[in-house]
Design a protein around this ligand. Sequence first.
Ligand code: SAH
Length: 335
Amino acid sequence: MNIAEYLANIGEKKYRITQIEKALYKEFVHNFDEITTLPKDLREKLKQEFPFSSLKIKLEKASKNKQTEKVIFETKDDYQVESVLMRHLTGRITLCVSCQVGCPNKCLFCATGKLGLTRDLKTEEIIDQYLYFARKLKKEGKRINNIVFMGMGEPFLNYENVLHAVEILNNPHKIGLGFRHITISTCGIIPGIRKFMAEGIQVNLAISLHAPNDKLRTELMPINKAYPLIELMETLDKYIKKTSRRIFYEYIMLKGKNDSAKEAQELGKLLQGKLAHVNLIPYNPIDTDDPLQQSEEAEIRKFQKVLQKYGVPSTVRASLGDDIDAACGQLIAKK
Ligand code: SAH
């Protein structure tokens, strides 16, 4: 039973929910006692019936330069998930959240994939990641500017809960973060992309591409067998037609694997003339004996030049937090 159902059961008025939502999502209170708009006995009842957060803090780490903070949370059933807060030099603050315990997709380069999937996160477990950092930042007079679903898990395999979380994040009466400040990243789950484009919301879509042809993509991302590149690109063309929104493509740079001039040209041809932006991500090693390696900086620049020739804009993503295993793909939390 959730709080709304509980309040209805005990005959409380509907506006109590509005008061609670305001306290949780706008004032970022730390416990039920701080919701002073509620009568004291109701606060006591809530304290007895509900834990204030669905997540406990297991571990908190900050990178040496303090730009990145990683938190390992523990769910009520003792599983761990991670979130990463990134303070960009521009002053903007981005939060990267998890949406599943583990992930079923087994991408070769990703630590989370090694775990397999344990379970989906519930909506409240996604929102509680946000609220934890929001409360913390409030003390500094700061707030989260952007939220990205790029932590553990595949958002489009936990579609309902992720979209419900997006609704709470966006709703002006709840958290009130603009859709354009929210990004969902997918490994290319076509049915999810189709559903998502029918929602008619302006949330950013990022596609983990990582290879410009089927052979290489299947080698790196087994999900490409179920949703091959041509079908994926056809679906994305429809997405652009429907939404007129630019798609972000993530492309991890793996030395000697996908970073040569050949792949750059293939990628250039694949995205030429489309509403696209490529994020080139230097690979973050996930193991000490990792056979995959990060591309040389010079190779990354060359790759970018080729994309430029095809008129495909790209940026090289700065890696934050690799000293605390908080960088992309390094999120792994064992039970
Ligand atoms: N399942 C979703 C979201 C999680 S991955 C998806 O696949 O998009 C978020 C981003 O981290 C993706 O672009 C992913 O490709 C990238 N990533 C994963 N492992 C990485 C690694 N070892 N180094 C750098 N980036 C990595």
